[in-house]
Design a protein around this ligand. Structure first.
Ligand SMILES: [Zn+2]
Length: 222
């Protein structure tokens, strides 16, 4: 059982949005006439950011698909069963060790190893988006109108507005990794890096099958 915290490793770098990124915020505080589908923003500055929880959840879920660790309501691995969408909570696998054993209170893994920080705008992107705000009146985000197209008549119906972070925006991200005395340090780092590789093949945020959320990462491990 993990007892001694030996050290921290850090994975840090930039996330570049290759396409528009949409991580939804709350509509609760939006008044009538406001944006229907706002992105998540810092409450004071209004700047978009990527919550660590979004990044962590996506990386974890991709690794679970890759390594066949999706929770299937207690069915043995390899057997058919409906994926219930819940993270693995076996409390034994590497994913549980690194990302936390979800709702399992009786595990022996010690604390969650990977701490995903919220990712804010890089200085360059902040300057770029602030300039766009002055010149074009956009507030750190593009507003996209999407329609459902009636496939019989070809006409657009039900237009809705969707906010997203424009392509080419960059965020700075950091994952702090706790290494305990009984950990295989390289295995933990390799797992996280495998997840980051999968993320770049997949998407972050919403509507990935419709072009949103392609990201590229540039990072170092120290
Ligand atoms: Zn597990």
């Amino acid at each position: 059982m993990a007892t001694i915290l030996t050290k921290y490793r850090t994975i840090s770098g930039t996330i570049t949005c290759e396409t528009g990124l949409r991580i939804g915020g709350s509509t609760e505080s939006i008044e009538i006439g406001g944006m229907e589908n706002p992105i998540i923003r810092h409450p004071i500055t209004g700047e978009p950011y990527i919550p660590g929880s979004s990044l962590k959840g996506k990386v974890r879920s991709l690794l679970e698909y890759k390594l066949d660790r999706r929770d299937r309501r207690g069915r043995p691995k390899g057997q058919a069963g409906r994926d219930n969408g819940e993270p693995c909570e076996c409390g034994q696998c590497m994913i549980c060790r690194v990302f936390g054993p979800h709702k399992n209170p009786s595990h022996q893994l010690g604390p969650t190893r990977a701490l995903f920080r919220d990712a804010g705008l890089t200085e360059d992107s902040r300057a770029w988006l602030t300039k766009a705000q002055t010149e074009k009146g956009i507030v750190f985000a593009e507003v996209k109108t999407e329609n459902l197209v009636n496939r019989l008549t070809g006409t657009a119906e039900h237009p809705r507005t969707i906010e997203r972070v424009p392509a080419d925006t960059k965020f700075k991200f950091e994952i702090s990794v706790r290494i305990f005395d009984d950990d295989k340090e390289q295995e933990i780092l390799d797992l996280i890096e495998e997840g980051l590789a999968l993320l770049q093949q997949d998407y972050l945020g919403g509507s990935g099958s419709r072009g949103y959320g392609k990201v590229s990462l540039d990072y170092q491990v120290i």
